[in-house]
Unconditional design. Structure first.
Length: 314
């Protein structure tokens, strides 16, 4: 009786175990059935037959195919004739009066930049110097006016004025062609000027100009500056300027070769982008025969200058 009871007691456990085995085997059976084509009898579920490759495509050289467009056909329509002869100032949809719509390169703009208007202090005395530039024109061509000079003891010591035509040769560079007039100490001189002005890599502003005088004398002027933003308002600006002459002009105290070099640094505070006072220091030197002429006149060939001024543009 105990044995019979054990068998009957174990029967529910055995049934439960068998059910678990069947449940575990069901996914395997379903996967085997699908792999064996269990759905082959259902319409629309059979795999599509492989498309046979045509003999022409088998022998075609796809590597030699050029996907770029060839020349336009002879009867292609001129893209400039899409307006059917109508212009912005004529046709049924033209507005009366002068044309209102102007493209971006048709606008004329102008600006005036007083880059340096400063008071200079040296051990020889004080002076006032200026460096300004103005231009007016369009995107590609504009009229440029440059002026630089210095006044000491109420007398104009030297001044350089240039009238140039500027043409954009790239996104960051302009070529400039025009005339330069020198006045101040010594006789006045007139030069033919040609140069480049723009933004070099790493944000260096460069202005390089070559000059040819009426008497055949030559000159090269190079200036470069860089703006380092300490904050959005405090800006440090190092600057370099050099002048090279091809001939000696004793009446103006200029010798051939490297004549003078000025290196300086300025710190300005921009109340806004158009108005910024500044202070700075410069080191100026004369070289070669220019230095010899300066010594003969009792002038220093090396100077340390303290400057304070204003930068304005509009």
């Amino acid at each position: 009786m105990k044995l019979i009871k054990r068998r009957f007691a174990m029967k529910p456990c055995s049934l439960f175990t068998a059910a678990l085995v069947l449940l575990g085997a069901a996914p395997v059976w379903a996967q085997t059935t699908m792999e064996g084509g269990g759905h082959a009898g259902h319409p629309g579920t059979a795999p599509a037959p492989t498309r046979a490759e045509s003999p022409a495509s088998a022998t075609m050289d796809h590597g030699s195919m050029n996907m770029q467009g060839g020349p336009a056909p002879a009867d292609a329509r001129d893209p400039h004739a899409y307006s059917n002869g109508l212009t912005l100032e004529s046709g049924p949809y033209a507005l009366p009066g002068p044309r209102q719509l102007r493209l971006s390169d048709e606008h004329a703009f102008g600006a005036v930049l007083l880059d340096r208007l400063e008071r200079v202090h040296t051990k020889e005395g004080n002076a006032t110097t200026y460096d300004a530039q103005a231009w007016f024109g369009g995107t590609y061509d504009r009229l440029v006016l440059k002026a630089e000079g210095g006044v000491a003891k109420g007398k104009l010591e030297e001044a350089r004025t240039e009238l140039l035509w500027g043409h954009a040769i790239s996104a960051y560079w302009d070529s400039q062609l025009g005339v330069r007039q020198d006045s101040g100490t010594g006789p006045d001189r007139t030069w033919l000027a040609f140069g480049f002005q723009g933004l070099a890599p790493y944000w260096f502003e460069v202005d390089a100009t070559a000059y040819l005088g009426t008497s055949g004398q030559t000159s090269l002027r190079l200036s470069s500056e860089y703006e380092l933003l300490v904050t959005q308002r405090w800006i440090v600006q190092p600057r370099l300027e050099a002048n090279v002459y091809g001939e000696t002009e004793e009446n103006r105290g200029i010798g051939s070769g490297l004549s003078d070099l000025v290196v300086g640094i300025r710190l300005r505070y921009e109340f806004n982008r158009q108005f910024a006072p500044y202070i700075g220091i410069e080191w100026a030197g004369k070289y070669g025969k220019t230095a010899s002429f300066a010594r003969r006149e009792g002038l220093d060939t090396r100077q340390t200058r303290f400057v304070a001024g204003l930068r304005v543009w509009f």
